[in-house]
Design a protein around this ligand. Structure first.
Ligand SMILES: Cc1ncc(COP(=O)(O)O)c(C=O)c1O
Length: 407
């Protein structure tokens, strides 16, 4: 099935949000995706028919819930080509990175005290490392972005060295839509012996992610941005590294045995999953992956690129628009712009009057916005359930809004 305008009309029928909000043009997919009926049903069905706590029950209902939870893990592991035991469930990308920032110290090589990030990180991949740096007296360095907003890979080579403990990088920038060559950055990191971490929050539902192909040590993402419910996220980690780490949360389920004085920890991945987990969330995430695979990741990538190219070509013609675009490649599902004389929040509010949902502001990238000398941007972010009609309506509205601010 090749996605096209006609197929999208069919796909949209799987997403009840559109039927319940007639006329809605949803272009804020980087903030969160909409959820298909298949995912919603899998969650309600679990609560209606299968609800029980996992791992500890020796009765059928609990055994079945355990099987559903662990079978879902297998689907998620396969989706990113991880080995069994390398997918840990968290709340979201933010929690995955925070977990790392608390548990990573046993992996850091003697004498290394620098963290390398990029200048386009989301606060989620910046603030946890700032706190880590304060706790451990580390220094944070940044790989610069160039005038065309792409990362300066020569600078990455310059900044990395024998002092670099870890390099943590965003795969797709949530504010500018730049797709970073994470494979190349991981190679640069490995050459100097640094731990490598990828923030895949904005890539995992838009392109095929293969952790072995990327070669990273860790990778984080959120379910809610990939058709799954809120409150479920993933931390992928290489087994041999996860085994050396000391958990972040302690309590039930993450132990093997406990005495009044001491405890031994469970095997992976349960060692990192203390307490009752978001069981329905995990089942919903597996269902979301089944849906993404049914549409096809290559198909999704190709369609979203078509949408991006189509909209950029149209939006370019609006006088008074400044686009924050890479001149190298247009291959993500996100782009940012500003309209002369208009604050992004005003543009968002006026678009909302026409039923168009986009995001305006700093997109949790305040340092990057400061570097660009702006307070924020208007951000359009697509999913495979968007089509050319959505974009035509957006362009019409933007033309109207432009008349107000730039007569
Ligand atoms: C690139 C990137 N990293 C991390 C996050 C944080 O995701 P969450 O809020 O689901 O933890 C986001 C959210 O927008 C993001 O875009």
């Amino acid at each position: 099935m090749q996605i096209n305008d006609k197929i999208v009309k069919k796909i949209k029928k799987d997403f009840p949000i559109f039927e319940n909000n007639p006329g809605l043009i949803y272009l804020d997919n980087a903030a969160t995706s909409q959820k298909p009926l298949q995912v919603i049903d899998s969650i309600t069905s679990f609560y209606k028919k299968e609800n029980a706590n996992i791992h500890r029950g020796f009765y059928k209902l609990s055994e079945n819930a355990t099987k559903r939870y662990e079978d879902s893990r297998l689907i998620i592991e396969k989706f990113i080509n991880a080995e069994h035991g390398e997918v840990i469930f968290t709340k979201n990308t933010t929690e995955s990175i925070n977990l790392l920032s608390y548990c990573i110290t046993p992996l850091i090589k003697e004498g290394r005290n620098e963290i390398l990030l990029t200048e386009m990180e989301h606060h989620s991949n910046l603030v946890p490392w700032q706190e880590f740096a304060k706790r451990h007296n580390f220094k944070i360095k940044f790989i610069k972005i160039k005038e065309d907003f792409n990362l300066d890979y020569d600078d990455a080579n310059k900044e990395i060295g024998e002092k670099t403990a870890l390099i943590s990088m965003v795969h797709v920038s949530n504010s500018l839509g730049i797709v970073n060559d994470v494979k190349k950055l991981v190679e640069i990191g490995k050459r100097s012996g640094a731990i490598t971490i990828v923030d895949a929050a904005q890539s995992v539902s838009h392109m095929k992610i293969d952790v072995k192909e990327i070669g990273c040590d860790f990778l984080a993402f959120s379910g809610h941005k990939m058709l799954a419910p809120f409150g479920i996220g993933v931390l992928y980690g290489k087994k041999e590294l996860l085994e050396k780490m000391i958990p972040f949360n302690f309590g039930g389920d993450m132990i093997k045995s406990v005495s009044y004085e001491n405890a031994t920890y469970n095997d992976l991945p349960m060692k990192f999953e203390a307490g009752t987990q978001n069981i329905a969330g995990v089942i919903g995430l597996a269902e979301a992956i089944k849906y993404l695979e049914y549409i096809g990741m290559e198909n999704i990538k190709r369609w979203e690129k078509e949408l991006l190219v189509y909209s950029v070509n149209k939006i370019r013609n609006i006088k008074g628009i400044k686009l924050y675009l890479s001149n190298v490649d247009l291959n993500s599902s996100i782009f940012s712009f500003n309209l002369n004389n208009a604050h992004p929040h005003d543009v968002v509010t006026l678009l909302d009057e026409d039923g168009i949902a986009i995001r305006g502001g700093h997109h949790c990238c305040m340092p990057l916005m400061n570097k660009l000398g702006i307070s924020g941007t208007c951000r359009i972010s697509f999913s495979f359930y968007n089509n050319f009609e959505d974009i035509d309506k957006l362009i019409n509205s933007l033309n109207k809004i432009n008349q107000i601010f730039n007569r």
